[in-house]
Design a protein around this ligand. Structure first.
Ligand SMILES: [Zn+2]
Length: 286
């Protein structure tokens, strides 16, 4: 699933391709992916333009030129945005075999066509992703569901301590809780906790100030580094140029179960915390 660094990468790449292009048609293959009525969705978008793209957590927020509307796009588990123009593909999200070679395909649920004949496909294998038009004034209601982001200016160790204090849940499940901290998913939660030397199943309230500080520092460092390297992509994920995000080479525990810990030589383990596959080093993390 794309996390903050991957969605940030998609946002930046789409911004340089779809902004200020007039939409001439919208095809809905799977209307339930769209949270609005299909006819209304088309009516508002055809003839309109994307004028800006921003992001909160893993949610893309596209501003439209007219109608006072915003288009929300969430890729969830297997969503994919692919921009296609004159044989050039710019894609982000979950990949499908042979990206772009046969578009549209059976997973292309929404297709935008622009006046220059370029197209933007929303593909989704498992269909958990969604698109939704909302009134500009309703954005606050949406963003209220998102917690603070690791790179936000007002993210401070004290703020993290406040989140952890009194909570008995495992620290990893709090890092994954988008209402508390936005943008961290399974990969980066594991990497942050390894870097901080904290076991993922530690009760949040049991963490010392020193440990909270280490989690704070690690979350900022890792998210910033991942954005710089266009995120982490595996065989099932490609970035907006169809390339793999190169953060994968920085992973210390995620996906490394059974392998030797780079730091101490012990064997990296995999378990389940908060219902998610969780990777950790039993020696480096306490
Ligand atoms: Zn270790």
């Amino acid at each position: 699933m794309p996390e903050l660094p991957e969605v940030e990468t998609i946002k930046n790449d789409l911004k340089s391709n779809v902004i200020r292009k007039k939409i001439v048609s919208v095809d809905l293959g799977k209307p339930r992916i769209v949270k609005n009525r299909g006819s209304e969705f088309k009516k508002q978008l055809v003839g309109n333009e994307f004028i800006d793209i921003s992001r909160i957590g893993k949610l893309l927020i596209i501003s439209l030129k007219r109608g006072g509307l915003l288009l929300l796009v969430h890729l969830k588990m297997t969503g994919q945005l692919i921009y296609c123009h004159q044989g050039k593909y710019v894609a982000g999200g979950h990949s499908l075999p042979k990206l772009g070679s046969s578009l549209p395909n059976k997973y292309s649920h929404v297709i935008f066509k622009f006046t220059d004949n370029s197209k933007l496909f929303f593909n989704d294998l498992r269909q958990f992703g969604y698109l939704q038009l909302i009134k500009r004034g309703d954005l606050k209601k949406v963003t209220n569901n998102y917690g603070i982001e690791p790179l936000q200016f007002n993210f401070k160790p004290e703020r993290l301590a406040e989140i952890f204090k009194k909570r008995t849940a495992p620290v990893k499940s709090l890092l994954l809780n988008q209402k508390l901290i936005a943008g961290i998913g399974n990969i980066y939660a594991d990497e942050v906790l390894f870097a901080a030397g904290v076991l993922p199943d530690r009760q949040a309230k049991s963490l010392s100030n020193k440990e909270v500080k280490k989690i704070f520092v690690a979350s900022q460092k890792i998210i910033a580094l991942a954005i710089k390297h266009r995120g982490t992509t595996f065989n099932d994920y490609v970035d907006a140029d169809g390339n793999v995000g190169s953060f994968v080479k920085f992973l210390k525990v995620y996906g490394r179960q059974g392998k030797t810990c780079f730091r101490c030589g012990a064997t990296v383990k995999k378990t389940k915390v908060a219902g998610r596959g969780t990777h950790f080093c039993p020696e480096c993390q306490k």
